[in-house]
Ligand binder design. Structure first.
Ligand code: FAD
Length: 290
């Protein structure tokens, strides 16, 4: 059993801010249905440089008002500290208690990097501005961040975020549990002692997943890729295979001590609901908003 076992379990869900009226209505229905799972919180992504700022704020406010704790993502690249301060104050005024603090990726065509270059600087800034008011989540990369000089440099950079005051971490998605447990062991050796929650990306669409994975450096194992190729455009078979793979992955992670699961829902009820219910997360574990 793993050292992460000592932490209370956290089961959470991620949304992205919708761009259209129809998207907003669909997401509202998704949120109402997924609320029945009683997630510890729902997080909402944020486009670097504030490109989705309004959408993130609106989505987060609606979630929080509905009674589910909301966790806005906040990225620092291409933003000024003044902009970041304003957003933090707005969240504080709206009773939001949790932030997912990120560097973000520079949008193409953006000239200015902003004042804070890395996520550890953002964590430090949030602590300076708001003390212990927010629970701060940061990103972790069991398969190594694509821009890192080495696995060990990436781990040292992860530690900077923890030392700056992060309370817990959510990982980039992965399909190889060994990569996760190796990462967690390496963290323990470096005295990093916070919950590291696996981020889980359901498998629903081969081409989209391949594109995402190339961009963020997540590996799709060959045995999964080959089967997805075989299914071609047969979306039903992809979905049923995907649900089966993810249930087994989550079961392995949780039975070996992972401190919860963060579902990248892609704003859809399925397959998050199906996986959550098949794993009996609410019956088997007590989920807490940490
Ligand atoms: P950092 O921790 O700053 O690391 C970025 C790179 O720089 C790494 O290679 C690291 O090793 C290196 N590094 C870090 N600190 C230092 C330092 N002090 N000196 C030198 N090198 C350093 N993106 C969005 O735009 N919006 C989102 O809402 C969003 N949500 C995400 C949620 C999760 C759970 C995850 C895992 C990722 C998310 N991303 C999001 C993507 C993320 O912004 C990118 O992966 C980005 O490239 C890195 O962000 P970070 O916070 O991990 O950066």
């Amino acid at each position: 059993m793993h050292s992460q076992q000592k932490f209370a379990k956290s089961f959470s869900i991620e949304f992205f801010p919708p761009k259209t009226q129809l998207g907003t209505e669909n997401l509202r229905n998704t949120r109402i249905t997924l609320a029945e799972l009683k997630p510890a919180y729902i997080s909402v992504t944020f486009g670097a440089g504030g490109s989705t700022q309004e959408g993130t704020i609106e989505t987060v406010t609606e979630i929080q008002t509905s009674g589910i704790p909301a966790a806005p993502h906040l990225s620092c690249i291409a933003s000024s500290t003044e902009q970041l301060r304003e957003i933090l104050m707005l969240y504080k005024a709206n009773g939001i208690r949790r932030i997912v603090a990120l560097r973000g990726d520079l949008p193409s065509g953006t000239q200015s990097l902003g004042e804070l270059r890395y996520a550890n600087e953002l964590v430090e800034f949030i602590r300076q501005e708001t003390g212990d008011y927010f629970k701060i989540e940061v990103a972790a990369y069991p398969e190594v961040h694509p821009q890192a000089n080495s696995a060990s440099a990436d781990l040292s950079n992860f530690k900077r975020k923890v030392d700056a005051g992060a309370d817990s971490a959510i990982t980039q998605y992965f399909y190889n549990p060994d990569a996760f447990f190796r990462f967690v062991d390496d963290c323990e050796k470096r005295q990093i002692d916070i919950p590291i929650i696996p981020g889980i990306m359901p498998i629903t669409n081969h081409k989209q997943l391949a594109r995402f994975s190339d961009a963020c450096g997540a590996e799709i194992p060959r045995w999964i890729r080959k089967r997805l190729e075989d299914f071609g455009d047969d979306l039903e078979s992809i979905k049923s295979f995907g649900v089966d793979v993810i249930i087994k992955l989550c079961d392995t992670l949780l039975s070996q001590g992972a401190a919860g699961i963060h579902f990248y829902s892609m704003n859809k009820v399925q397959p998050t609901q199906e996986i959550w219910q098949a794993l009996k997360l609410n019956e088997r574990y007590i989920s807490k908003d940490l």
